[in-house]
Write a protein that binds this ligand. Structure first.
Ligand code: ADP
Ligand code: ZN
Ligand code: ZN
Length: 804
């Protein structure tokens, strides 16, 4: 009988990773479990804060003061299981985060504080439930007395009750009108005999009802109207005559509902390379080895089929599988492929879902109703038990790293969970990160290389166009004559093309031609971007928005011009150059609305357009058989960034986008426009030479002392006053420096490349090291001492993927 509980509390100003001891009130002493959330008094004045129970005991803690008592119990059953609690503890240490942030990150946002909770009966009514529910269908959790909670905790363990979160967005989901036939075929025939022959609509309705008389599920009215042109008014007539009933049909929060019932796909006959890969992965699974495989396979080598068949093997053993996909790569195509193979066993988690949808999917996983989870970064915390396999597609993608606390990389979490479950991990990519590839080189990961496309077609031929030469000949900045000519050919042959522009917006910025003034964000050190669709200037960092200027704010000149290139501008140019082409544009602006992304891809797949023009979001995962030309309008944009991964990013992007061409039986061709044709990232991407790029880039990283030869940690201090931020970072430097060995390198402190964002100034330093036993301790200490003191904010980022 536990009388005491250890609790991680949610106190933002004084965060610590240490659990606090509390007394459990007598009523709950035999019911409270680890992983349940509670409300406890904290600190002077006993403010009420939320916390997670992480341990219980029956021996009094070694604490001199008076022990406080738990005030409320918030859950009837643990929301985090033992594995996830242990993971939160490790993650907090690993990422210099607070345990409470880690725990909260693992839960769907529906389950966070402000949503109302209802307790419902799930089993048969018993005398005990009857006494509590007293005829009501559900109880409001907030109104429950401690004694009632005690009884409910007990009932929950018998699976008689459950807690449900009130879904606010359910109200927003429109119910649709539906009808329910009420009579038999014979009765409809009899009714028709009584209706005058000229009442055509009534006869149509009776014919329809008669044809669907045996249907038990309500028939959706929008669908009936589409088929028969019968409207709600006609249905009211039918209802008055007693032929049918009109009902409101609630649409279920499963955005992929239609996929669950779609016909299943059959496993493909594997190529020799694929078969060896699946064999190795499933063997490790059978032997319960937490082995990490790096599948380095050229684009189109059929990595997805390897994933699917390895998942198949895991679920055949009664285990579960987790498949991570970068947010941007979580295309409807990918979901269709996984759902197509495993149907209703699949749960999907990503940021495009509403809170309600996410919560529903999470619950299906938690209850064991879904054995396969496909999802973006945070799906790595999916509450799957008995994991048999973890897959991470496009493992090099930077969206696997979270930018704010906890600053975790999903790969690290995946590896931790695999060790916990003794199951293999598959990292897949055509262009693995240098970190992973070098680990495979050392034998830490097992390398599996796929050199051939599944269709045995050659990789597309890549032509590099030097835009410096091109500019001398034509006046077009965005289209070389070769690219235009090839686009033309595709139109003639009714083949499709994909064009990638590595930017967004109409133009990058607005500049005064008289004085050179560039309109900047008032809150951040960055120029504002012009958006033609909203007719405004926007800051991509803080969201600030203002009207497009007519005159220069500096010299009042009217000679304001737009510079740079955006997808909107290219689209209008293209319409002039190729008036007969049907163009679809895919960028942040055209995909903002829910479902827009899927719609554009569907239209392109149905040949409703000849050209798909987009930003880097079109580079990944798309598999359209009739695309024979891929054009990259500006391959260099990323090369100039002040980041040592600039070449790696460029190489990866070019390889990925080239891989969209020639995926079926038609040969593919790629045209890359650049001002730097000699750059090694572009030269090697042209030859699809990942291994060559890896060697070359590793040499450079070695010379410059960058990852993967060194580990890096980025420490940032920010404040509204510039000198406060600067003072703090120097103070931190003085704290860290004495703890470092001579082998470590400290870069900075310096102002960040974009020094001011959202009215705060940022200063940073980078620690490069190989082995520093003291470093973790000192950084953990810095984190805990310095939180939110005097308006200073500190962040510590292990292996940052962005230094800007
Ligand atoms: P990757 O993810 O490696 O770029 P995909 O998994 O998208 O490649 O596969 C490329 C194409 O090859 C897809 O259209 C897929 O259906 C097809 N494919 C994969 N494996 C096979 C196979 N064993 N036999 C026939 N077609 C295959
Ligand atoms: Zn001016
Ligand atoms: Zn801004």
């Amino acid at each position: 009988m536990a009388q005491f509980a250890q609790i991680i509390v949610d106190v933002p100003t004084l965060q610590t990773n240490r659990p606090y001891d509390y007394a459990i009130p007598l009523v709950w002493q035999d019911q409270l479990q680890v992983g349940i959330r509670v409300v406890v008094p904290f600190g002077k004045g006993s403010r009420q804060v939320q916390g997670f129970v992480v341990g219980t005991s029956d021996t009094p803690p070694d604490y001199a003061g008076e022990l406080k008592t738990i005030a409320q119990v918030l859950d009837l059953q643990p929301v985090l299981n033992t594995e996830l609690l242990a993971l939160a503890k490790w993650l907090a240490q690993w990422t210099f985060a607070f345990q409470i942030s880690c725990m909260q990150t693992m839960l769907p946002s529906m389950m966070k504080a402000s949503y109302t909770k209802k307790v419902r009966l799930t089993g048969a009514a018993t005398p005990a439930t009857a006494a509590i529910f007293n005829g009501q269908a559900e109880l409001d959790f907030a109104d429950l007395a401690p004694e009632t909670i005690k009884q409910l905790l007990k009932l929950q363990r018998q699976n008689l009750v459950e807690v449900d979160y009130q879904v606010h967005d359910r109200a927003k989901i429109k119910t649709i009108k539906a009808i329910q036939p009420l009579l038999s075929v014979a009765e409809y025939t009899a009714a028709a005999a009584k209706v005058p022959a000229n009442a055509k609509r009534q006869h149509d309705l009776l014919a329809y009802l008669s044809a669907h008389a045996t249907t038990t599920a309500p028939l959706s009215l929008p669908q009936i109207t589409a088929e028969t042109q019968l409207t709600l008014a006609h249905m009211h007539t039918g209802a008055d005559k007693g032929w049918l009933r009109i009902v409101d049909l609630e649409t279920y929060r499963d955005p992929y509902a239609e996929l669950a019932t779609a016909p299943r796909t059959q496993p493909l006959t594997l190529t020799a390379e694929q078969a060896t890969a699946v064999e190795q992965i499933t063997t490790a699974g059978q032997q319960q080895q937490a082995k990490v495989f790096l599948v380095e396979g050229v684009t189109g080598s059929g990595k997805t089929e390897i994933y699917l068949q390895s998942i198949q093997a895991a679920i055949a053993k009664g285990q579960t599988a987790l498949m991570l996909v970068p947010e941007i790569g979580l295309t409807p195509q990918m979901v269709t492929r996984v759902k197509g193979r495993f149907g209703a066993h699949v749960a999907v988690l990503h940021s495009g879902l509403s809170n309600g949808e996410r919560y529903d999917e999470w619950r299906r996983i938690e209850r064991g109703e879904a054995q396969v989870v496909v999802g973006a970064r945070s799906a790595v915390f999916a509450p799957l038990t008995n994991l048999g396999l973890i897959i991470m597609d496009e493992e090099h993608e930077s969206s696997y790293k979270q930018d704010d606390m906890p600053r975790y990389h999903a790969r690290d979490v995946a590896l931790w969970r695999a060790r916990y479950h003794h199951c293999p991990v598959v990292l897949g990519s055509a262009t693995p990160s240098l970190e992973s590839r070098s680990r495979a080189q050392k034998g830490v990961y097992q390398l599996i290389r796929l050199k051939e496309r599944a269709n045995h077609q050659p990789l597309p031929e890549v032509t590099v166009v030097d835009m410096k030469d091109e500019l001398k000949q034509t006046k077009e900045d965005n289209f070389s004559s070769l690219l235009l000519q090839e686009l033309h050919k595709r139109l003639l042959h009714q083949e499709q093309s994909v064009l990638m522009l590595n930017r967004r917006g109409f133009s990058s910025f607005v500049m005064c031609r008289d004085c050179g003034f560039v309109l900047k964000c008032p809150n951040c050190d960055i120029s504002l971007t012009l958006h033609m669709d909203t007719h405004s200037m926007k800051c991509h960092y803080c969201g600030h928005e203002e009207a497009i200027p007519q005159v220069c704010a500096n010299c009042q000149s009217r000679k304001i011009r737009y510079y740079g290139t955006g997808t909107q501008k290219v689209e209008s140019e293209l319409k002039v150059l190729l008036p007969e082409a049907r163009i679809l544009r895919m960028d942040v602006d055209t995909t903002r609305r829910k479902g827009a992304h899927a719609k554009i891809l569907r239209q392109f797949g149905n040949h409703q357009a000849d050209i798909l023009l987009g930003t880097q979001m079109i580079a990944k995962g798309l598999d359209f058989p009739d695309v024979t030309l891929v054009g990259v309008l500006n391959a260099d944009t990323a090369l100039g960034l002040p980041d040592f991964r600039a070449s790696e990013r460029t190489f990866q992007l070019l390889t990925q986008v080239s891989g969209r061409a020639g995926r079926a039986d038609k040969k593919g061709e790629v045209i890359v426009q650049t001002y730097n044709p000699e750059h090694y990232a572009i030269r090697l991407a042209r030859h699809h030479d990942y291994e060559g790029f890896y060697q070359r880039e590793m040499t450079l990283r070695h010379q410059a002392g960058y990852p993967p030869y060194y580990y890096t940690i980025l420490v940032t201090a920010s404040h509204e006053e510039e000198n406060e931020a600067a003072k703090k970072i120097f103070q931190l430097m003085n704290q860290v420096k004495p703890a470092l060995s001579p082998q470590a390198v400290l870069l900075g402190p310096t102002p960040r490349a974009i020094a001011r964002v959202n009215k705060r100034y940022y200063y940073q330093m980078v620690i490069k090291y190989k082995h520093e036993p003291q470093l973790e301790k000192i950084l953990t200490q810095i984190m805990q001492e310095n939180q939110a003191r005097n308006g200073i904010q500190i962040s510590i980022d292990r292996e940052p993927l962005s230094f800007i």
